[in-house]
Design a protein around this ligand. Structure first.
Ligand SMILES: [Zn+2]
Ligand SMILES: [Zn+2]
Length: 254
């Protein structure tokens, strides 16, 4: 299984690519920067988009992806998300005001996009990779994912405040190879982080204690003004397992 980091949300790049990972070239995990981070040819290969929650930095490229791939295939793009995220995306994005409702275009029986509802703790499979949504603690309904293939699994927390269930799932997964975890602000902004339900380095350290598996934990979602501080504060924690997702890198798990 290959996971390409199309948007780490926190790379120093001025392109400021938002949260988006692509699994095996065909499945997007969040859609913050599919159209900004992928060449057109690579955009045409995307068939399924799995959305963790309805915040803009995780969905903003959806309208442009639909436009870019429109007419390239008979099959609709499938957006997999919870019922709550689906309602938000329909209401705020594909609402015929912000962007056309592509679930009815070109016509209802042959739409450009279709929604597939997912449910927490009910795994689904796409092209040999399984995805288990797990509820985390964010200001809108949000799920992280355990992504598994063959003898490997990777845990993606999505955006969350301190949480519990996803660590139980991680600890019960012997094939776990890595964790992609959020860290949004520096320690001085812990109050803001907790109000907006995100993490800072000291909270990351507490979360990592809940993880009983000795695997690398790659941080993502560093808000650009705080990148320098976060990197320094994470280094000061002295935990050799803690690192940062690298923009544009592809992580391969056998
Ligand atoms: Zn969010
Ligand atoms: Zn986010």
């Amino acid at each position: 299984m290959d996971i390409r980091i199309v948007g780490a949300f926190g790379g120093e790049s001025p392109a400021h690519r938002m949260t988006c990972f692509v699994v095996d070239g065909t499945t997007a995990l969040d859609a913050g920067s599919l159209t900004r981070g992928l060449e057109l040819e690579d955009q045409y290969r995307i068939r399924d988009i799995i959305i963790s929650h309805s915040h803009m930095d995780h969905i903003t490229s959806l309208p442009f992806l639909v436009e870019n791939v429109f007419g390239r295939t008979e099959e609709a793009l499938t957006i997999h998300c919870t019922r709550e995220s689906m309602a938000n995306i329909r209401k705020n994005m594909f609402n015929n005001d912000t962007w056309p409702d592509f679930t009815k275009i070109p016509e209802k029986h042959l739409p450009s996009i279709q929604f597939q509802e997912i449910t927490a703790e009910v795994a689904f499979e796409l092209r040999g990779v399984t995805y288990l949504p797990v509820t985390v603690d964010h200001i809108v309904p949000t799920v992280g994912f355990l992504v598994g293939s063959h003898d490997s699994a990777v845990l993606y927390t999505s955006d969350t405040a301190p949480t519990k269930r996803i660590w139980e799932i991680a600890n019960a997964t012997p094939t776990l190879k890595a964790v992609f975890m959020e860290c949004s602000f520096g320690n001085a902004m812990e109050k803001i982080a907790l109000i907006s339900k995100h993490l800072v380095p000291t909270l990351v350290a507490e979360e990592v204690k809940k993880l009983k598996r000795d695997v690398p934990v790659y941080l993502y979602h560093l808000k650009p003004p705080h990148i320098g501080v976060i990197r320094k504060e994470v280094a000061a924690l002295g935990n050799p397992n803690l690192g940062f997702l690298e923009q544009d890198r592809t992580y391969t798990y056998a």
